[in-house]
Design a protein around this ligand. Structure first.
Ligand code: B12
Ligand code: SF4
Ligand code: SF4
Length: 315
């Protein structure tokens, strides 16, 4: 470290570097804040459904030091993605807002790498692990500890300005950066998300049972969708935004449009065409987007369940 340079200054510079890379929020948590916040109980209850990778990586998710020995802080970054025009025409199949732009895993990879490199440049010798979504890092819990927002009743991190429309990424680092404090929970007496969830998947405050969640079934479930869920899919073919759309912190009138390019053709998808999607059309429509995660078979299965489609009427 250069003489006279305090950790506060370096922390401020890292936040500026994150902003320069296009991240809308950046908060820092001390690893000392790591605690048992119910993750183990969530797994023990079977709420992870068939996502066995969550069970397999349980230990490392609960102890960041398994990824980076001597880790001192976790830098949490958020990228805002709300766009008013990412709204399907009435009756068209619905794709969740987070999937209307370029796959965020890819879009954020380089900016994240640059912020990680910047930390190493300022503090040579630091050990770090960076991840967007797919690494064994509990991004929401760390975002809350880093003061990026609070965890709402729907389980999502809510930022006072951006609502819950944020992709999250995290850098675990041995750098002893200056931590931010957590934010107060501002859900108050509101229960809009709990009441609006079509499948009653929010079982208690901040706790979502993936076995009942439309986002799980449309994206991660590789088998059959249980009929009690299939009947309540509400037009979703990839993900689900109901518990976000009803949240007062996500009201369109309090939000501005994010500076991202979206797939405006996702506004008028056709259920019958999706249910009959060939391999080639699946690739031309969804390559480069997060929708690829569901695979062609998943999209075809989901679209076939939509109202008005023959498969939906069959017993
Ligand atoms: C598995 C997973 C899912 C699963 C399970 C969802 C779930 N509720 O956990 C499924 C497929 C259903 C899913 C759905 C969605 N997901 Co998801 N998902 C993940 C993933 C990969 C791991 C999450 C996980 O470990 N879950 C297990 C829970 C128990 O643990 P946790 O999230 O670490 O934290 C919980 C505890 O910390 C607890 N908690 C903390 N403090 C306290 C205190 C008390 C007292 C209590 C009781 C609880 C508590 O609350 C947290 C939320 O439940 C993360 C990425 C990542 N690497 O973290 C993305 C992630 C959480 N998902 C994300 C998104 C955007 C979604 C969807 C909105 C996508 C969509 N539109 O369809 C939905 C929302 C569903 C919902 N309401 O949760 C974002 C969230 C962004 C945000 N602003 O919060 C993440 C962070 C991905 C990313 N990098 O941006 N997801
Ligand atoms: S994503 Fe949809 S199904 Fe899942 S908890 Fe939210 S509203 Fe319920
Ligand atoms: S809808 Fe209400 S209870 Fe649910 S997350 Fe938003 S403010 Fe909290």
């Amino acid at each position: 470290m250069m003489a006279g340079m305090t950790m506060d200054t370096i922390t401020t510079d890292i936040k500026a570097a994150a902003a320069a890379q296009g991240f809308d929020v950046c908060g820092i948590a001390s690893v000392q804040q790591e605690s048992d916040d119910g993750f183990g109980d969530w797994l023990a209850a079977g709420y992870h459904a068939e996502m066995s990778w969550l069970l397999r990586t349980r230990d490392v998710r609960q102890h960041v030091a398994r990824l980076v020995p001597d880790a001192r802080t976790v830098v949490v970054l958020g990228k805002y993605y709300y766009r008013a025009d990412a709204t399907p025409v009435p009756g068209a199949p619905r794709i969740a807002r987070y999937a209307w732009s370029r796959d965020y895993h890819r879009a954020l990879a380089k900016p994240l790498k640059r912020v990680t490199a910047y930390i190493a440049e300022r503090l040579p010798g630091v050990q770090q692990y960076a991840s967007v979504d797919s690494g064994p890092v509990r991004e929401r819990a760390w975002a809350a500890r880093a003061g990026v927002g609070w965890i709402g009743r729907n389980g999502l991190v809510i930022h006072p300005r951006f609502g819950s429309w944020l992709y999250l990424a995290a850098i675990i680092t041995t750098a002893p950066l200056t931590p931010d404090g957590p934010q107060p929970n501002r859900c108050g007496s509101c229960r809009a998300c709990v009441e609006a969830c079509p499948t009653r998947a929010i079982t208690s405050d901040r706790c979502v049972d993936a076995r009942r969640c439309i986002a799980y079934h449309t994206v991660e479930n590789r088998g059959e969708i249980p009929s009690e869920i299939a009947q309540r899919m509400d037009g979703w073919v990839f993900g689900c935004d109901v518990c976000q759309e009803v949240c007062p912190w996500n009201r369109p009138e309090r939000l501005t449009d994010a500076d991202i390019i979206i797939r405006s053709d996702f506004a008028c998808l056709d259920a019958a065409a999706l249910a009959a999607l060939s391999d080639a059309s699946f690739h031309s429509l969804f390559d480069g987007t997060t929708v690829k995660r569901a695979k062609r078979s998943g999209i075809v299965r989901n679209a076939a369940l939509l109202p008005g489609h023959d498969a939906h009427e069959s017993p």
